[in-house]
Write a protein that binds this ligand. Sequence first.
Ligand code: XCC
Ligand code: SF4
Length: 629
Amino acid sequence: MYDPIAIKKVAEKRALDRTSQMMIEKTIEDGVETAWDRLQAQQPQCGFGQLGLCCNNCSMGPCRIDPFGGTPTRGVCGATADTIVARNLLDDLAVGAASHSDHGREVVETLLHTAEGKAQGYQITDAVKLHLIAEEYGIPTEGRDDAAIAGDLARGMLEEFGSIKNRIQLVDRAPEKTRKVWQDLNITPRGVDREVVEAMHRVHMGVDADYLNILLHAMRTSLSDGWGGSMMATDCSDILFGTPTPVTSLANLGTLSRDKVNIVLHGHNPVLSEMILKAVEEPAAKEAARAKGAAGINLVGMCCTGNEVLMRHGIPIAGTILDQELAIATGAVEVMVIDYQCIFPSITATASCYHTKVVATSEKSKVPGSIYKEFRPETALDTAREIVGMAIENFAARDPNRVRIPDRPVQMMAGFSEEAIRKALGGTYKPLIDAIVAGTIKGVVGVVGCNNPKIKQDSGHIALGRELIRRNILVVETGCAAIASGKAGLLVPEAADLAGDGLKAVCKALGIPPVLHMGSCVDCSRILVMASHVADELGVGIGDLPLGGAAPEWYSQKAIAIGTYFVSSGVYTVLGIPPKIFGSQNVLSLLASQLTGVVNASFAVEPDPVKAADLLEAEIDRKRQALGI
Ligand code: XCC
Ligand code: SF4
């Protein structure tokens, strides 16, 4: 009925990784719809929308502007292309910043509940980091117990969400010169929630119509994410669950087990996944699994919550956003636990083709067809145990005839927190700076972000990563980009053989991979902290450093926020997927060139990974020259 060669060709077009390809083949054979099929069904996608020229903000609309200079040139309210494009961008960015920051809030709240003794199963794991951050906040630590300090810190951070203080403490981590740039532009973020709310206000009909003013606020909102909500998420997760240190693990869909109960953790917030991990490790759970004929329980991660438990505990990572349907198509997933963000609303339809149960856990992220188990800090461990029990129970429903799990997970290394990198270098960034000055390492590029079915899965990340390390540029990664590199075998020390001679020598000496996994997407804040330390040691701003950023396969509004706080912080950033701004020449030229004169960084759009590497290398050379190295 199916032509296996034709199916194989389709799979090879859709994904780079062999295990993903194998499961794409199975989805086609099983008649299971995936994001790739749905993308096809959407063709042709709306040209106005792609250019950012469609406005659906109010009920005088929807309106659209003629992109070829014809009419209409204005929406019903009179908004021009510039206004509409800038406003849409701010809208998207605010959604992304809100997602990171609301996740951050939940971690801070869990820290507060833990401090107050109200959180079941949580504890303070990294007291050293707690004390260091408390000191940044001016909270006394001498002679006080950790719970009291953690309570004060959590309350101090929560205050910065709404904030009558009009400042975010962690912004002070940025080098002075960088902060001065923000002050001069009046884009220093005043509060985590405040900037998002103001963004929503400005987007309303009849508020901000000046594209430049809108974009400046977009920059401020992005900074409230990167140096606010995301940074708090990272730091408080480290305090609660431990600051990552280098760890080895496995990646790809082959991490699913034939004979064990498989539980997939999908979403973003470690507050949930850490408890599932605890529940899985309890002897009673293991016994229950064996009693049901399973060889044990196999916990694997997916997307960023997978990155969180990978970084801290070495839990294997099954894949990226585009692997979520493929994991279920193995027929071997008993339960997929979801919290929020990047979960396809169709995931329950996919699950209904097999025995898989989808368990939703967040009050703000329910999916029709899923089982809802509300997760609260007060009863977290009990809920986790219940979910694990459900997975064990469901093992009997697995149909062995429909199971197909690809072979051979790939070895990988993760756990490169900023602290871990600094420690690997001997406690200071001096060796890295020396290597950069000497030219053995040319610079550093953060490759981050998602998969997007518009690009062959992982191909953009891998081609760019390989190209950069070949040019002696150290690559640091987060999110699905890092997972892609794990699947492709770039996250092992042996991958240093693919690097240029200089980078290769440094990696070999330190025993590290040429591509470093720094965590989940909120952990892009780790990259900011690392850049700040290096800039401080040199007495310059982040914008002066030979750094770059890239999001070769991004799809999410969160990626817009990340890219914008990178650029606003002084990091030139190349996007592999064009943002919806090409309907306005003014917005385009501001973001792609004029910004350089202000923050010494800008955006570029380049889908070709080799050309993207050229752009990043040229930028690194420009900054090296300015530093006189
Ligand atoms: Fe989502 Fe964070 Fe993007 Fe992956 S990289 S697709 S945002 S899971 Ni964060
Ligand atoms: Fe149309 Fe203006 Fe309303 Fe947008 S805000 S839908 S451009 S009338």
